[in-house]
Design a protein around this ligand. Structure first.
Ligand code: ATP
Ligand code: AMO
Length: 423
C-alpha cells in the first residue's frame, strides 16, 4: 500500500463485501458524501477482517489506514484500512434508512434530525446555513458594523403585543424578545453601525410553511443615513453577495443534492406599495389602499415579477398605518418602510426610523401605545440621535427561498412551531 497514512472517524452508512474485499461507507467530518473504507483480507489481521465483515450500518467507527494515491471508488474518496475499531453500535434498528435509499417522512427527519444529518441532502442544507451565517458575519464586519448581543428577556415588546411570549421574571412580567429593534436603535446614539444574529420569539398562532415561533434573524441598524435607500443598498449587496458566496463554496454540492440555488439577479427593483396593489388589482385581486398584502397576494406578486425576470424585489412606501411606530412617516399617509420579497415570500423588512424625540412620542401615541412604558428607549433619543435605519431579515426564510425549499422547517434543525416543543 502506498499513500499517506491517516484516520477516518464517522458512521457507517453502507456495507458490502465481495469475496476477499469489504467496502464500508463511512460518513465523516463535514463531508457531504461518504468515504469508502476498503478492507482487503490479505492486508489486515484476522481480527480486523472479522470486524469489517460484521460491522452494522449505523455504527460509529475509527478506521486507521492509508489514503491511496489512486482512488478507485466512484465516490471519489477512499481509505485502505489497516485497523478498524467499532466505538458504538446501534442498540435498535434506526428509524431512518441510513443508506438513504428509502425516504422517510418529513416529520421523522425532524424527530431524528441527528440521524438525518448523516444523509447528504441534510448535510448540504445545514452546511449552507452555517456558511450563510458565516458570510453575514464576515460581510457586515468588513462594512464596519459592530456585532452586538442584546437581551432576549425583555420588559417591553417592539412588534405588537399579540405575539409576545410572557414569563415571570422574579415576580415581574417579562417577555421573550420578538426582535432587537429597541436595543439596536438605542445603540445608534453611541455606535454608528451594528448587527446581531439573533432568535426572534413570536407567539403567532400560525401553522404555515413559513412561520415558526422561534426563528433566526439578521438585524442591522445604521446611523447617518440619507434615506431608507441607503439601508436597502446594504441589504441588496448582502443578499447578492450571499448568493455568490454559496454558489462558489458549494453550488455543485447543492445541485448534486437536488437543491437549486437561486440565480443572482442583475438588480432588485424597488416597487412602491401603490404600484404593487395596482398590479395585483389588474390581476383580479381587490385590494384597497392601506390593506396589508396577504399570503396569496404576496405569492401572486412573486409570480408576476418572476415572469418579468426578477426573483426578488423591494416593496417601498408602505402606508404608515400598516407599519410599526418606530418607522418614519413620509408625508401624511406613507412611510419610509420597505419589505424584501423573494419568490413571493417576505424575507426582510426595514426602513428609516423616526429619530426626532417629539415625533417619536407622537408615533407611539398614534399607535395606541403608552410612551411611559417605552421611556428606557425614548430616553436615548434625547442625546443627539442621528437619522438612522435598518432591517430585520429572516435567516431561515432567506435560506429557504435561496435553496428553493417550500417549508421553513427544512432549514431549521429543531423547529419550534405550535405543535413542536421537543426535540
Ligand atoms: P411580519 O413581519 O408582518 O410578521 P411575516 O412575513 O411574518 O411578516 P405576516 O405578514 O405577519 O408575515 O404574515 C401574516 C400574513 O400571513 C397575514 O396577513 C395572513 O394573510 C397570512 N397568513 C399566514 N399564515 C396564516 C394562517 N395560518 N392563516 C391565515 N393567514 C395566514
Ligand atoms: P418583521 O416583523 O418583519 O420586522 O421581522 C423581520 C423578518 O423576520 C422574519 N420573521 C419570521 N420568520 C419566520 N417565522 C416567523 N414567525 C417570523 N417572524 C418574522 C421574516 C421577516 O421579514 N424589527 C423589524 C425589522 C426592522 O425594521 O429592522 C421586524 O422585526 O423574514
Amino acid at each position: 500500500m502506498s499513500g499517506r497514512t491517516g484516520i477516518v472517524e464517522g458512521w457507517v452508512s453502507n456495507v458490502k463485501s465481495v469475496g476477499r474485499i469489504a467496502f464500508i461507507e463511512v460518513i465523516d467530518g463535514l463531508q457531504l458524501s461518504p468515504i469508502t473504507v476498503v478492507v482487503k483480507r490479505e492486508q489486515v489481521d484476522p481480527e480486523t477482517w472479522t470486524v469489517a465483515t460484521g460491522v452494522k450500518i449505523g455504527s460509529a467507527l475509527r478506521v486507521e489506514g492509508v489514503f491511496p494515491e489512486v482512488v478507485i471508488s466512484r465516490k471519489g474518496r477512499e481509505i485502505q484500512a489497516t485497523k478498524i475499531t467499532v466505538l458504538a453500535e446501534p442498540l435498535e434498528l434506526p428509524p431512518i434508512d441510513l443508506t438513504g435509499k428509502t425516504p422517510a417522512s418529513f416529520d421523522l427527519y425532524i424527530e431524528y434530525r441527528y440521524l438525518a444529518l448523516r444523509l447528504p441532502r441534510f448535510r448540504a442544507i445545514f452546511l449552507a446555513r452555517s456558511k450563510l451565517i458565516g458570510f453575514a458575519r464576515e460581510y457586515l464586519s468588513e462594512q464596519g458594523f459592530l456585532e452586538i448581543n442584546t437581551p432576549k428577556i425583555v420588559g417591553a415588546g417592539a412588534e405588537g403585543g399579540a405575539t409576545l411570549f410572557a414569563l415571570d421574571y422574579f415576580g415581574m412580567k417579562a417577555y421573550l424578545s420578538q426582535s432587537p429593534q429597541l436595543y439596536k436603535q438605542m445603540l445608534m446614539c453611541g455606535v454608528p453601525r451594528v448587527f446581531e444574529i439573533t432568535p426572534y420569539f413570536r407567539a403567532e398562532k400560525f401553522s404555515t410553511p413559513r412561520h415558526l415561533n422561534e426563528s433566526w434573524g439578521l438585524d442591522v441598524e445604521m446611523a447617518f443615513i440619507n434615506s431608507e435607500e441607503d439601508v436597502m443598498k446594504v441589504l441588496e449587496d448582502f443578499v447578492r453577495g450571499a448568493i455568490r458566496y454559496l454558489r462558489s463554496e458549494m453550488g455543485d454540492d447543492l445541485r448534486a443534492n437536488g437543491l437549486e440555488l437561486l440565480e443572482e439577479p442583475a438588480s432588485i427593483p424597488r416597487v412602491p406599495y401603490s404600484r404593487a396593489i395596482e398590479i395585483l388589482n389588474s390581476m383580479g385581486f381587490s385590494i384597497q389602499w392601506g390593506d396589508d398584502l396577504d399570503t396569496q397576494a404576496e405569492k401572486a406578486l412573486g409570480e408576476y415579477f418572476q415572469r418579468q425576470g426578477y426573483p426578488m424585489y423591494f416593496i417601498t412606501q408602505y402606508p404608515w398605518d400598516a407599519k410599526p411606530f418606530y418607522i418614519m412617516k413620509e408625508g401624511e399617509r406613507l412611510s419610509k418602510a420597505f419589505d424584501l420579497d423573494i419568490s413571493g415570500i417576505e424575507v426582510a423588512s426595514g426602513g428609516q426610523r423616526e429619530h426626532r424625540y417629539a415625533e417619536l412620542i407622537a408615533n407611539l401615541r398614534a399607535k395606541g401605545l403608552n410612551p411611559a412604558e417605552f421611556s428606557f428607549y425614548t430616553q436615548a433619543f434625547k442625546y443627539g440621535m442621528p437619522p438612522h435605519g435598518g432591517f430585520g431579515l429572516g435567516l431561515d426564510r432567506l435560506l429557504m427561498t435561496l435553496l428553493g425549499l417550500s417549508n421553513i422547517r427544512e432549514v431549521v434543525l429543531f423547529p419550534r412551531d405550535r405543535f413542536r416543543l421537543v426535540p
